[in-house]
Ligand binder design. Sequence first.
Ligand code: C2E
Ligand code: CA
Ligand code: CA
Length: 544
Amino acid sequence: MLTFDRKISNFKSIVLKVVILLVMFLVSVLVYFSGGTKSAISHLMYIPIVLSGFLFGYKWAFFLSLIGGLFLGPFMPLDVSLNVKQDLANWIIRTVVFVLLGVESGIAKNYVSLSEGKYNRSLYYHYATNIPNLNILKMLDENELEPSKGLTAVTVLILNYEKIVEFFTTEVYNKLISNIYNDLNNKISHKKVVLSNNSNKFWLLVDDNSPKDVVKEIRDIIVKFRRENEFSVYFEFSLGHELIYSIAEKEETLFYASTNKAYKVAAAKNTIIADKINKQYDYTLLSDLDLSLKDNDFFLVYQPLIPNYKTRTLFFEALIRWNHPERGLIPPNDFIPLVEETLLINRLTLWVLNKAIEKTKFFEEQGLDTRISINVSPRNIYSSRFIKSVIDIFNIHNVDPKKIEFEITEGTAMNASAETIEHLQQLKDLGVEIAIDDFGKGYSSIYYLTSFPISTVKIDRNFTLEILSNPRQKILIEESVNLLRKLGFDVICEGVETFEQLEIIQEMNVDYYQGYYFSKPLNDQDINNWTKNYCSILKKRFYN
Ligand code: C2E
Ligand code: CA
Ligand code: CA
């Protein structure tokens, strides 16, 4: 940290004080030889007094002006030639005036240097956040960082800063980023300079020539901060880095490359927060979600899928629930669409995957063969990092990927890029089954059915809903089921709520039913009990 008070060195200060005393003494000698304190020369004493205030502040000025007063005090005659002494009151009043003058100039000097310090600070630090700006580089000691070995220049972009300002005010945003700044400054392990010239970015110079490690450390610090900070404000960020070997310019140009990369990373990951997240409430909820994932405020419920034929595999769909510490139970439709707009969806889905795998392992220990499907968002499948994490998770848990099915929506399938299809293929190769969820809900294109590695199709529950009232709907389901089965898919009919619906659907040769008629989604304990009951019914029905 730089200081801006211009301090005089100790030695210089002593010399100057002696000089002031000498000047005062000289003035007194002059006063004496010009005839005594009646002479106007005595006014010369003001000069060393004012100087002492300006040089040493009011405390020393008090002391020195007192001495000045005494020099012209009781031992100095009023008139030397007539040998007239001064009145007591005369020299005391003069001394008091001297002291007042000295102290006043000392106070004035303190005030001026305070404003000067503030002005100087404002050249180097942001007035509200206290984050240093680029000028701080000019104050850098060349030996402090060693560019010849390579420094990592990093740009941290806060992607949604405009929205945060819009929904939470500049004040909140400033507090947020000054806290991020402090965290970075305190926690980065190498020598570094952290600064920011624009409201939406930080620049860092880190004395480490392995950019990968630096970027990882910075990302981890910010992600941890985001999870644990006291602000209920969700922010998204991206990082760019560049190895540099000279900081001669000490200007923005130093960070051109890393800033460009940070923007490119943001664009490639499609991280810039969409317009869908456009309320303060949304940002607060997203911020809470990050925290809740850590605190385990989420849980899964399981809805059984009932097979239409003899099978020993029990099939469940895992559905997420959020037990928000303040807002209570929040259904997925109220937060999943928001989360899907951000990279948090990757953490969330991986959390679900872990839990679902743990559950299949639990059932395995009970001697039961199960499959659990989880809901996967478009952004998940788009991300190669997500796919890599999925593969890692299966390896860590050492579980057969066939026990897990990923449900993707038609939207994911229809808007799939080449990368998405490649990622789905990777999952399929791993052994994970892929299902199309809510079939028929959107603007369906049946083209993708033939070009995707899918094994299951789940017909949207809106069809089931109208199956009794709308004969055309019934024909549509019937023909769809035929088509889908001919294409080799397992077909699941969602939203079976009544016996009447079931009677009609039973004629249609679907593979599984799902719906409230059989069971609502059940919590961890209830699904275990349900499974016990169901197994004993199955035994009676099929396996006697
Ligand atoms: P979905 O994948 O279509 O899940 C089925 C939804 O229909 C569930 O609602 C379930 O409770 C409900 N449902 C099941 N049977 C019936 C029925 O007979 N009648 C009616 N009316 N509804 C039935 P839920 O749990 O509220 O989930 C809503 C949506 O939220 C899910 O729709 C899914 O898109 C999403 N979702 C849930 N959990 C997750 C998750 O872990 N990750 C992601 N990305 N999305 C999730
Ligand atoms: Ca689903
Ligand atoms: Ca569905």
